[in-house]
Design a protein around this ligand. Structure first.
Ligand code: PHE
Length: 463
């Protein structure tokens, strides 16, 4: 069966880098380091790695196999996996459809910071009020959002091989190099504060890597487990339909076992390095109290750190935001590609026309989300007690509520209705040995469903 979107990755490398491009995103940069710092340093890392090779590989194998075996994007794929389950495809489709309304907004913020560092105004960005003033402004955030959306659309417009694969093969190695470079630099830092206390990057490294078991209780351990689980499947772009779509572009002869290991390694490697880059730097200049997560970390705390570094901080700030833009761009591309491929399949329309129409629709939708900090400002209470603006609300619905639900249903479908063999056959298509067969079958049947129920219940605030 040919994919209707007509594309194929040329081989394993292009596929792995494109999938890693989707996986490596803002989650690696602004959430993983925060969780590691909060959840006992090395303890979090060990738990995360364990979950990666069990749970993470299981879900990734399932989704990529569904894609390659059916050669369809999510809406049609699930209906082929089991008649009557098309509804799961529709539910899955909603996740990227909602994420797309706000991801380019954040991409736009990153572009703005690139221009700030390029023009040598990094000092201004270190002011606590700078970020708030920028996102609530009338026109600048809207314009940067549209530029980021335009860049994303351009890559998708060019297609799987000439757009997505080509850009990933260039971007991902550069990104890795920059992350390694800044991490090494971070370790060399040293700073004496006004009170005469000197802190060094190497001390920060210890805070990060040495497991901190102080005050650990059963319930705090469970919390760490849930944090790691949620982070893992957000980071691996699981339950968004993305890996099904990318799986449908993989050639039959590609070894899926190896690819999955490489994608997991790349994604986790960048997360661990992001921690290495950020935790020592924050520790040296702000102490661990300065450790925030999300936009606060990236757009408020880090610019202060770059400013404290003196003149080299302008350069480090610039390459940091360039790297973040690359990470966000390849993720955003995977979201728009999933939407484009699905619409092409359902409507029978051409890639170019579909991309243009979707881009126009999202130009409007993301502009509305952008204005959620200005004209459409709201404070909606979420079940977890926080107050959400439009962007947070979209994030909550897509990644907090829908993702665990989609992952739960797909684990039940594969584990109990079509049976794990369905995936295992695809993993061993060319006579490869799917080494983790037993773990896979056990995880997808017995562990994934209850874990997803817990994550779902937790997100909805019932727990
Ligand atoms: N894996 C991405 C990350 O870590 C998550 C993501 C992918 C979000 C695609 C949006 C779109 O940030």
């Amino acid at each position: 069966m040919a994919t209707k979107s007509g594309g194929r990755f040329t081989g394993q490398l292009g596929f792995v880098l494109a999938a890693a491009g989707s996986a490596v995103g803002l989650g690696n940069i602004w959430r993983f380091p925060y969780l590691a710092a909060k959840d006992g340093g090395g303890l979090f890392l060990v738990i995360y790695l364990f979950l990666l090779v069990t749970f993470g590989f299981t879900m990734l194998a399932a989704e990529l196999s569904i894609g390659r075996k059916t050669r369809q994007s999510p809406v049609k794929a699930y209906a082929i996996v089991r008649p009557g389950w098309g509804f799961l495809g529709v539910l899955t489709f909603l996740v990227p459809a909602i994420i797309m309304t706000y991801y380019s907004v954040i991409g736009g913020w990153i572009l703005k910071y690139i221009t700030v560092y390029l023009s040598g105004a990094g000092q201004a960005a270190a002011d606590s009020k700078f970020f708030g003033a920028f996102i609530t402004a009338d026109s600048a955030p809207l314009i940067f959002n549209l530029i980021f959306l335009g860049l994303t659309a351009l890559i998708v417009y060019k297609g799987v091989e000439k757009g997505i694969e080509k850009s990933s093969v260039f971007i991902m190695p550069v990104l890795l190099l920059v992350v390694v470079g800044i991490s090494l630099f971070s370790l060399t830092l040293s700073h004496t504060d006004a009170g005469g206390v000197t802190r060094t990057g190497l001390q920060g490294l210890k805070v990060y890597l040495i497991p901190n078991l102080q005050g650990l209780t059963f319930s705090s351990f469970l919390q760490i487990l849930l944090d790691a689980m949620m982070q893992l499947f957000f980071s691996m772009s699981i339950a968004m339909g993305i890996m099904i779509t990318y799986g449908s572009y993989v050639r039959g002869q590609v070894n899926m076992n190896h690819s999955i290991a490489q994608i997991g390694l790349f994604d986790t490697g960048v997360s661990v390095l992001a921690g290495l880059m950020i935790i020592p730097a924050i520790f040296v200049y702000a102490g661990m109290e300065g450790m925030a997560s999300g936009p606060g970390l990236m757009f408020v705390s880090l610019p202060k750190v770059f400013n404290a570094m003196g003149s080299i901080g302008v350069f480090i700030g610039l390459i940091f935001f360039l790297m973040a833009a690359f990470a966000a761009l390849t993720s955003c591309v995977s979201v728009l590609e999933t939407l484009t491929a699905t619409c092409m399949e359902i409507l029978g329309s051409s890639r170019k026309k579909t991309t243009l129409i979707l881009t126009a629709l999202y130009a409007v939708a993301s502009t509305v989300i952008c204005m959620g900090y200005n004209r459409f400002y709201v404070e909606l209470p979420l079940p977890n007690g926080s107050k959400a603006q439009l962007l947070d609300l979209m994030d909550y619905i897509s990644t907090g509520v829908l993702m665990p639900l989609v992952a739960l249903l797909s684990a039940v479908l594969i584990g109990w209705l079509v049976k794990p063999r369905w995936v295992i056959e695809e993993m061993e298509r060319n006579g490869e040995r799917f080494g983790q067969k037993k773990i896979f079958a056990f995880m997808i049947r017995y562990l994934c469903p209850p874990i997803m129920v817990v994550l779902f219940v937790k997100a909805t605030g019932l727990l």
